[in-house]
Ligand binder design. Structure first.
Ligand SMILES: Cc1cc2nc3c(=O)[nH]c(=O)nc-3n(C[C@H](O)[C@H](O)[C@H](O)COP(=O)(O)O)c2cc1C
Length: 203
């Protein structure tokens, strides 16, 4: 990290990397409050507050694994697919990959100036703010989705409505020593160009 205070935020952004398996300690309640306050500091067109956050921790998080497993079985029945033991077990246990998981939901509403895509974009910005705040506080994190994120039964079990969207499951916790990946600087490549007005037509 840079000693220059002005660079600290930039260092956090450039060093954030996903860590797939996290252990204790989890962010404290006060730190989680800070992380979620950072989330709601994201740009929000017309201040519609389209975000929702559901915190899964402790025994409630373990119990939610059963909801994910049941939802998987119901999707298999719906799709006339044979459930696999491996996937069922994965659904039941996957929240165990971190001591706290924050489900970030978007609850867009009809608005004459702010289409749904902008409201979901605001929630995605909130999710990234949360990851960056967690990184700044020294925690590891990972943003995941998967089929459960699009399952109406999972949404309603969380207290969201079926019309809401799950933008991500944010896994938060502490990386085991030596398991935090080194941040490799991303290359911009050819995704940036400067627009210039077209020159005069040549004949
Ligand atoms: C909306 C969204 C959903 C994602 N869902 C998953 C997921 O379900 N599983 C996964 O392995 N990575 C998922 N990722 C990607 C990881 O969060 C991560 O960004 C990626 O592995 C690159 O690693 P990095 O964050 O260290 O750059 C998702 C990312 C986004 C933005």
């Amino acid at each position: 990290m840079s000693a220059e205070p002005g660079r600290a935020a930039l260092d956090t952004i450039l060093s954030r990397r996903s860590i797939g398996r996290l252990g204790p300690p989890a962010p404290s309640p006060a730190e989680l409050q800070t992380i979620l306050t950072a989330a709601v500091s994201a740009p929000d067109h017309e201040e519609l507050r389209p975000w929702r956050f559901v915190v899964l921790e402790g025994p409630a998080k373990d119990a939610f694994g059963d909801v994910l497993a049941e939802a998987y079985l119901a999707r298999c029945r719906r799709d006339r697919a044979e459930p696999t033991t491996g996937q069922l077990e994965k659904e039941r246990t996957k929240l165990g990959r971190a001591p706290v998981v924050v489900v970030v939901g978007a609850s867009p509403r009809a608005h004459p100036k702010v289409p749904e895509v902008e409201q979901v974009a605001a929630v995605a910005a909130a999710a990234e703010n949360a990851l960056l705040a967690a990184t700044a506080l020294g925690y590891g994190s990972m943003w995941r989705t998967g089929d459960a994120a699009y399952d109406p039964a999972v949404k309603t079990a969380l207290g969201l409505s079926e019309a809401d969207q799950i933008v991500g499951f944010l896994y938060l916790g502490t990386a085991e020593p030596g398991r935090a990946p080194e941040a490799q600087p991303r290359q911009l490549g050819d995704v940036v160009w400067r627009w210039a007005p077209p020159g005069p037509a040549t004949s």
